[in-house]
Structures are given as C-alpha cells and as structure tokens.
Design a protein around this ligand. Structure first.
Ligand SMILES: [Zn+2]
Length: 174
C-alpha cells in the first residue's frame, strides 16, 4: 500500500490576506483553522506534506487574465503566517493552475510512493479542480475536504465540488 499526501494549495498572502493582490474573500479566511487542523492530523499520521505555491514572473501572461499576484520575491507570494511550513515538507512552485504543470510533483509522488492525495486550499474551481483533474489522469485517488477549500465565487465553488465528485471521481469529505 502506498502513502498518503496532503497537498496544500495556494494558502498565500495575496489570496488570503484581505489586503492581498487577489483576495479570495471571507470564505477563504474561514478555511484557515480547518486547514491548520488537517495539517496537524496529517503530520501526526506521517503523511507526505506538500505545499504548492503560485509563483509568477512580473510579466507573466496570466496577468492578462488576473491582476498581478504572487510575484516571486514579494510578500504576497509567501505562505500565510497562520500556516507553518516545516523543513521536511515538500514545497513546489507553479505558474499555471495545475500543481503538476512544469513542476516535479510527479517525481515527488513517485519517490514517496503516494497513491492517495488529500487536497486543501484555494481556489476550489481553479487550482484545486485543475490539480484534481490531473490526479484523475494519473489514476491517483483524490480526496477534497469540503471545509478546507474555498473560492471567491460561491457558485463556482459549488459547481467545482460537484464536478470533482461526479466527473473527476474525487471523494468529497465533510
Ligand atoms: Zn497565478
């Protein structure tokens, strides 16, 4: 049997701080204690902990779609102070929605013999769903924690949870 990984997506100042460049709203702040608790639970059961952080060059073409955010080297690109990143954790940087695109996530999951990935973070309908889709493409079991994901758009949040469950085969856990 393989190991379990907890993937914490984009719990970064620019998304979670009300003064951040692309604040995801009060729903995103409400998940902070849930994500912290999930992190503690997974640390206690020796899961593989993987932080995935949005990370852009200052002229990234994503800024044609969204206001500039998570520019490398800025405080906005850092993990929020409520979440503790430890030295043994994996930390990968992405500049597209999926945590797999242009990163060594495949290699980390293979090396750690992971066959089940739990997801938490923002945004439900963007980076969480795109990453869940890529887990489906790899036949890796995905578990999305309903109370540990959030989106600036509540309709998109609901749609994404339903689509991840029905179309991408993820388990949605309360
Ligand atoms: Zn981005």
């Amino acid at each position: 049997m393989g190991r379990i990984a907890l993937l914490i997506v984009d719990m970064l100042n620019d998304f979670l701080d009300p003064a951040g460049a692309l604040y995801c709203g009060d729903d995103s702040r409400r998940i902070i204690p849930v994500v912290r608790e999930l992190l503690e639970t997974h640390r206690a059961q020796d899961s593989v902990i993987i932080f995935v952080s949005d990370h852009h060059a200052s002229d990234d073409r994503e800024f044609l779609l969204f206001p500039p955010h998570c520019v490398q080297g800025t405080p906005g690109a850092a993990t929020i102070p409520e979440i503790e990143v430890r030295s043994g954790d994996h930390h990968i940087y992405k500049n597209r929605y999926s945590a797999f695109y242009g990163t060594d996530l495949d290699e980390i999951l293979r090396r750690e013999s992971v066959d089940e990935v739990h997801l938490a973070g923002v945004c439900t309908s963007i980076c969480v769903m795109e990453t869940t889709s890529d887990l489906r493409n790899r036949d890796i079991r995905a578990i999305v924690h309903r109370g540990a994901v959030a989106d600036f758009d509540p309709k998109a949040h609901d749609f994404a949870l339903e689509r991840m469950e029905k179309i991408l085969g993820a388990e949605i856990e309360d």
